[in-house]
Design a protein around this ligand. Sequence first.
Ligand code: ATP
Length: 346
Amino acid sequence: MATISIQDIAKSFGAFQALKGISLEIADQEFLVLLGASGCGKSTLLRIVAGLEIADAGEIAVGDQRIDHLQAKDRGLAMVFQNYAVFPHLTVFENIAFGLRMQKCSQDLVDRKVREVAQMVHLEDLLQRYSGQLSGGQRQRVALARALAIEPSVMLMDEPLSNLDALLRLEMRAELKSILSRSQTTTCDARSGGGDEMSLADRIAVMHQGVIVQCDTPLEVYRNPVNTFVAGFIGSPPMNFVPAREISPGLYEARAMQLRGPPGHQQLTLGVRPEDLTPSESGLSCRVGVVEPLGPSTLVTEVQGEQIFRAALPSSSQVRPGDQLYLKPETDRIRWFDRQGQAVRV
Ligand code: ATP
């Protein structure tokens, strides 16, 4: 069973605490996305699991075996990291075959496996090319194919598709998920956002400044973020945050609308996602600034100083800059946050 158990991992670089006691259990065959802004500590955590960096404290186990004392090469993990270390003096074929040859697989098996994964990452026409002659995106795919060829039980990936164009990324993401689940691999995949953070993950662990702030299914993190950081980070366009003032116990006023909320807070922040707003006779007021037809919906935006307010309306909506709208939030989608930005349950 290739579960990954990470317990209380801490790491400092000089006086800077990059990881502040990270604990995470990844289930057998789970696809976990480690998500956070650049610099939050994702790569450091993955490098520690891989054995490329040594933690100051904490334990790591795969299955029931502690691995934190082992050298990287003895941990039995496959990895695809940002600097995609491919061997430039080897052909694409030999790069992909590398792990299989180390495992002393027969030539027939090597041939079959290399061609199978090369096809998956769209490199089948480049097998005889030297890797030093490839583009960044092609090299990234060689690194991915090499890791996938051995059907690893644990795969660590650090933005493995970051150098691919949008269309290829979309296609490969789905293929990647399918090959990983076929080979029953447990995967930890670091991503820094960009809109596709929810895709394919069984769970998302959101990291912020060296701490995991929330770990749950994509939908739960999306629907019930624990704080404004997570709420603003997940989802594109992000959740709207509207200051709300309590005018009588449990009744709040926000953007010319009165709404029921958790009583006993003079001031709260109302969170509502752009797609949960519908034009109505009354509701949250919005003076349309920018109108962007996106195809499936039309995004309207009001910018007032630091405050940005967005609504994703049906694409048939006839709205123009300068229009005054009233937008009714779907009641069960409204979220409330206190002054510290923590979610307040109703
Ligand atoms: P990105 O998405 O940009 O790769 P990340 O979330 O993976 O970011 P890390 O690379 O883990 O972030 O870095 C976490 C923090 O630790 C950053 O502030 C980084 O500058 C710092 N850091 C990482 N490695 C070192 C090092 N060897 N020496 C000093 N500081 C480091």
